[in-house]
Design a binder for this molecule. Structure first.
Ligand code: S3P
Length: 426
């Protein structure tokens, strides 16, 4: 149980946020596949990325922590070895799906498991295209849930052209990683652009990638050429809690420094600005192919908006926090095409309706794939459940802080992406 008291003042000052979760996973995986050492700074040492570190170590990667940095000694594209035991992806869909793509072409056996949440999440979406490439992968029941076993590849996988039914950076990344080892090129087509950190980092490692519209084509290679350093930008998904809180509280004036603003991730800025938020993007710079900026945000009155379609993958993880912003807006907000929220760490659509309505009754309703938020209703103190979902926990915390306080059952789950979130809030 953690109790968050109402904040009776705005946020002020500079805020530093932890490293980007998506980029941290990819930095560990790709650095392990080069032939030279890589130093990764501002790595997010949250539970999810540490699951990737643990799995990669079981596959023979040498990863050391030195102060705040991680040092990875690459053993080359063919330097992985058969794990002696089951690989545990914990709560992390990114660890599991990316590593399935990496291991499908390997000549050894591997078996994955994960926590109760991950064991419920759909994996057929990765198993199906990897099987088309020639991999043999078994999952539990018809949904192909964990535990999942990948049999040793008897021959090279074949490159395919795959049209993804849902936009998913994890599925896309799995296929691109498998494509590195395939016979012939692999093309992945997305219904809408999802985060492109894998493509960007693969290019930084010298892989040949071609993009045309929503199609990404990767050519197999014998070798990746690692950069000496990767500096991970701050995570815009973690910055979102402060963007929303500073906006809805009176008298806020903050700068969130060193935030990754890759345009496949900045849907949150577009929507908050459309709602009337005053956010300035300052000092834009580029590092390792990724754009970084400082975000200045001051209090503002918000209005309800309607959105869906192509923008959704660009803000998929920010919807619980955006729902909080919408509860403080004037008018109704409608968010469409978000069925994917039902298969995240928990069913976030159901969780938002059940728990957020305890703070602001009759505000949140959901259909199968959309969320309707009637802003401006009365707010109360409430006891809420997080369903062990880090983004539910942080969204409930800022909701309570901006309303009449909240108590949440499982605050510890923020360690997945933002271990010191509550210290920062305090
Ligand atoms: C991620 C992709 C997204 C996102 C997740 C991180 C990634 O998932 O929700 O938090 O790092 O590739 P999907 O690929 O399932 O959309």
């Amino acid at each position: 149980m953690k109790k968050i008291l109402p904040l009776n003042h705005g946020l002020r000052g500079d805020i530093e946020i932890p490293g980007d979760k998506s980029i941290s996973h990819r930095a560990i995986i790709l650095s392990s596949l080069g032939n030279t050492p890589v130093e990764v700074s501002n790595f997010l040492a949250g539970a999810d990325c540490l699951s990737t570190v643990a799995c990669m170590r079981k596959l023979g990667a040498q990863i050391e922590q030195s102060g705040g940095n991680f040092l990875i000694k690459g053993y080359g594209l063919n330097g992985l070895c058969e794990p002696e035991n089951i690989l545990d992806a914990g709560n992390s869909g990114t660890t599991l799906r990316l590593l399935m793509g990496l291991l499908a072409p390997q000549k050894f056996l591997s078996t994955f498991t994960g926590d109760a949440s991950l064991r419920r999440r759909p994996m057929a979406r990765v198993i199906k295209p990897l099987s088309q490439m020639g991999a043999t992968i078994f999952g539990r029941n018809d949904n192909k849930n964990l535990p999942i076993t990948i049999l040793p590849a008897e021959k090279k996988l074949r490159g395919i052209t795959y049209e993804m039914p849902v936009a998913s950076a994890q599925v896309k990344s799995a296929l691109l990683l498998a494509g590195l080892y395939a016979e012939g090129a692999t093309t992945v087509m997305e219904p809408a652009p999802s985060r492109d950190h894998t493509e960007k980092m693969l290019e930084a490692f010298g892989a040949r990638i071609e993009k045309s519209g929503n199609a990404i084509k990767i050519f197999p290679t014998e070798k990746l050429v690692a950069p000496e350093r990767i500096s991970v930008p701050g995570d815009i998904s973690s910055a979102t809690y402060w963007l929303v809180l500073a906006t809805i509280l009176d008298d806020s004036d903050v700068i969130i420094v060193n935030v990754g603003v890759n345009d496949t991730r900045t849907g949150i800025l577009d929507v908050l600005k459309n709602m009337g938020a005053k956010i300035e993007i300052l000092n834009v710079r580029t590092s390792g192919g990724e754009q970084i900026a400082d975000l200045k945000v001051v209090s503002s009155k918000l209005r309800g908006v309607e959105f869906g379609g192509e923008i959704i993958p660009r803000l998929i993880d920010e919807i619980p926090a955006l729902a909080v912003a919408a509860a403080f807006a004037e008018g109704t907000t409608i968010i469409r095409d978000i069925r994917e929220l039902r298969v995240k760490e928990t069913d976030r659509l159901a969780a938002i309706v059940e728990e957020f309505n305890k703070i602001s009754p009759e505000t949140f309703t959901a259909t199968d794939d959309s969320l309707i938020i009637r802003g401006g209703r009365e707010k109360f103190f409430a006891e809420c459940r997080t369903f062990a979902d880090h983004r539910m926990a942080m969204s409930l915390a800022i909701f309570g802080a901006a309303a009449m306080g909240v108590s949440i059952d499982d605050a510890d789950c923020v360690k997945i992406s933002y271990a010191n979130f509550f210290d920062m809030l305090a």
